[in-house]
Design a protein around this ligand. Structure first.
Ligand SMILES: N[C@@H](CCC(=O)N[C@@H](CS)C(=O)NCC(=O)O)C(=O)O
Length: 232
């Protein structure tokens, strides 16, 4: 599908970042064409990144008409608002449902992400198993919310990918290689059946398939970061 031309849209990112994936998913869902500025890695930051996100110095940053927008889920909201007439709405239309979606996206970054970070930095089998258990426990409230939010459909957003799908689904870029590498599953039918099925639907979605980083390459990335953490 040809993306719509929109002058002056640039994304500062890096292919392996789940946060950058969120911005890419939103831009792709809305059919917004953009210039990709790829950072070298997360520690040698470009002048453009330092100038565009002087507070946190983190990716992603979206630059629209010369002005930077920082923080992945703020970028997703921005894209949804600016290109509001294009295709599908990412946030629900109903005000209460919008507030709920924002709440769960905040929860994912506050409670789920730190457990995944622990999992990446875990070097012993015991630490890996503890991180997996804690990540699964943090996902339990989302398992419940999925039932309410999906209304019997495949996604948190209903029939198609929405705000919470993007917030959580981006982390599958790291969850899948971690599961491959350690042979311990976070998402299993016996503990998180709805999220396990949701993850399959999410990864089979055309937009996601196009953008999700290759999981074998991500296995190498996880190994690299483990080594970096263990020798730090
Ligand atoms: N809360 C931020 C997190 C972004 C983030 O942690 N980005 C990482 C790459 S995955 C980064 O830029 N790290 C560089 C650093 O911490 O200095 C968001 O949602 O955009």
């Amino acid at each position: 599908m040809a993306a719509e031309r929109e002058d002056g849209v640039k994304l500062i990112g890096l292919w392996l970042s789940p946060f950058v994936l969120r911005a890419k998913l939103a831009l792709n869902i809305k059919g917004v064409e953009y210039e990709n500025h790829e950072e070298l890695n997360t520690w040698e930051k470009s002048e453009l990144l330092l100038k565009s996100n002087p507070v946190y110095k983190k990716i992603p940053v979206l630059i629209h008409k010369g002005r930077p927008i920082c923080e992945s889920m703020i970028i997703v909201e921005y894209v949804d608002e600016v290109w509001s007439s294009e295709r599908k709405q990412i946030l629900p239309v109903n005000h209460h449902e919008r507030a709920e979606a924002r709440f769960w996206a905040y929860y994912i970054d506050d409670k789920v992400f730190p457990r995944l970070r622990d999992h990446v930095s875990a070097t012993t089998q015991e630490a890996k198993e503890k991180a997996v258990m804690e990540a699964a426990a943090a996902l339990q409230p989302l398992e419940k919310f999925f039932e309410q939010s999906s209304k019997g459909n495949s996604f948190f957003g209903g029939e198609d990918i929405g705000f919470v799908d993007i917030a959580l689904g981006s982390f599958l870029a790291w969850i899948t290689p971690l599961e491959k590498l350690d042979g311990i599953k976070i998402l299993r039918d016996d503990n998180l059946p709805k999220l396990t099925t949701w993850a399959q639907h999410f990864c089979s979605h055309d937009t996601v398939k196009e953008l999700m980083p290759d999981s074998d390459k991500m296995v190498q990335v996880v190994e690299f970061f483990r080594l970096k953490f263990s020798t730090a």
